[in-house]
Write a protein that binds this ligand. Structure first.
Ligand SMILES: Nc1nc2c(ncn2[C@@H]2O[C@H](COP(=O)(O)OP(=O)(O)OP(=O)(O)O)[C@@H](O)[C@H]2O)c(=O)[nH]1
Ligand SMILES: [Mg+2]
Length: 462
């Protein structure tokens, strides 16, 4: 599965992950290799271009974490991008509908019938009661093949050997399912070309009549670039809900799989990994990216480093808040750190604060961008001394500051007063939070207090 791609990427990536320093030159060299590897694996040029350009943007913008090498960090960026390329996250199949209807379609020989049986087995393992419907009335042996697979997995197959009327077969099958208590109906359709208007019309009618919860396009991953056209046309005509990528166990180049997700925006829901009935796996982009790229250890390492740097910075902020000489300078520095640290929720999650409940946290989490910009302008228009010792800001200084940033004097007054109040309150609250519960009175005070939204974010560092 993705063997050539995997091998090429792993070699390139291994090479760069050892580098202590990423220069524009060696990054370009590495990315040229990545690009070549993807193109050789049949990933479409458009997708490759976007992929490489995203990686470049991210690699240039990112600060290098302390405990890892820039090379390792680049590996993580490539990995993240590959996960995105594969669709980001797993999307489970829908169980909606009474009965839940899943329709499988695609080109001839792509693996629909095999997938129908495999999927039925999976669905039954998930605690539901599936029925498979033989709706391929064109290929002579199609019904027998499905019945034989049904027997293997011990799941009933609804078939009407003498009928060629697909619409009537499916109607009867659904009625049968309702009567007999099957809550999932898997419809195996005949293989067809996306340009065969008559057969495409048949699928459209089934879609209109029965509104399947899932319309899964089955694609043979050995198929090259043509897969993109196939997928796009099926999607345009039928609005597919997902893709099943079969034969990923073969020595396919696999690039088509990558392009298809990008070109349709639809998730791969399952991967066929062999001819056996249990060889169908839910598709997890992260796992797949790790299989392609290898380097699981480097990725874990970078993830840990990212986490620990966040904890480290959050602790630093906490120390500042507790300190007496918390200046406006610190405040702005923290403001910037906060922005890069991620969401308040994540930070609070790292440093649980005793005594503050979810509602309080949410209140404190509000950081208004507009307000933040204003505050930044006030502080920028102060001298370094004033930022260090806001107490020294006299009326004449206020006038100067206000003129410097185009604000009114009362705005500056309000800001300084709130900053001062907040400083006092934060010290009290952090002191108590350390010892355990925050007294209700204090909580009330926190709620009633009107803090500049930008500052409210400071509670992140508790
Ligand atoms: N190795 C491998 N073989 C598969 C996989 N899925 C299907 N096959 C094989 O591919 C061949 C075609 O599979 P079918 O399920 O009959 O394909 P189909 O789409 O129903 O074909 P038609 O009904 O003729 O259009 C069979 O020999 C299957 O065993 C897979 O994930 N891995
Ligand atoms: Mg078939």
């Amino acid at each position: 599965m993705f063997e050539t791609l995997s091998e090429r990427l792993q070699n390139t990536i291994k090479d760069i992950s050892g580098k202590g320093k990423i220069t524009e030159e060696n990054m370009n060299d590495a990315l040229r290799e990545v690009r070549r590897a993807l193109l050789e694996a049949d990933v479409s040029l458009k997708v490759v271009k976007a992929f490489i350009s995203n990686i470049k943007d991210k690699a240039i913008g990112e600060e290098v974490l302390k405990s890892i090498t820039p090379g390792q960090q680049l590996v993580k960026i490539v990995y993240d991008e590959l996960v995105q390329l594969l669709g980001g996250q797993n999307v489970p199949i829908s169980t909606e509908g009474k009965p839940n209807i899943i329709m499988l379609f695609g080109l001839q020989g792509s693996g629909k019938t095999t997938t129908a049986a495999k999927l039925a087995l999976k669905i039954r393992k998930g605690g539901r009661n599936p029925l498979i419907v033989a709706a391929d009335v064109y290929r002579p042996a199609a019904i027998k093949q499905l019945q034989s697979l049904g027997k293997q997995v011990n799941i009933p197959v609804y078939a009407e050997e003498d009928s060629k009327d697909v619409r009537q077969i499916v109607t009867s099958a659904i009625k049968f399912a309702k009567d007999e208590g099957y809550n999932s109906v898997i419809v195996d359709t005949a293989g067809r070309l996306q340009i065969d208007t008559e057969l495409m019309a048949e699928l459209l009618i089934l879609d209109r009549l029965f509104e399947p919860a899932e319309k899964l396009l089955v694609i043979d991953s050995m198929m090259g670039q043509e897969a993109v056209n196939v997928a796009q046309t099926f999607d345009e005509q039928l609005g597919i809900t997902g893709i099943v990528m079969t034969k990923l166990d073969g020595d396919s180049r696999g690039g088509a799989a990558l392009s298809v997700v990008q070109s349709t925006g639809k998730p791969v829901k399952f991967a066929g990994m062999g001819e056996k009935m249990d060889a169908l796996e839910p598709f997890y982009p992260e796992r797949m990216a790790q299989r392609i790229l290898g380097m699981g250890d480097v990725i874990t390492l970078v993830e840990k480093a990212q986490q620990s740097i966040n904890i480290e910075e959050a602790k630093e902020i906490e120390k500042k808040i507790r300190g007496k000489d918390f200046s406006l300078e610190d405040f702005m520095k923290m403001q910037k750190q906060m922005k890069s640290l991620g969401s308040l929720d994540q930070i609070l999650g790292m440093l649980p604060i005793p005594g503050i409940n979810k509602a309080d946290k949410e209140k404190l989490a509000y950081v208004g961008e507009g307000q933040l910009k204003k505050i930044e302008a006030y502080v920028n228009s102060m001298t370094p001394e004033e930022r260090q010792h806001p107490d020294m800001i006299s009326p004449s200084r206020k006038r100067r500051i206000a003129a410097g940033c185009g604000a009114e004097i009362p705005e500056i007054n309000r800001f300084l007063k709130e900053f001062d109040n907040m400083k006092k309150m934060m010290r009290k609250v952090t002191g108590m939070a350390k010892g355990g519960k925050i007294p209700p009175a204090m909580k009330g005070m926190m709620k009633g207090m009107k803090m500049p939204p930008g500052m409210a974010g400071k509670f992140k560092g508790f």
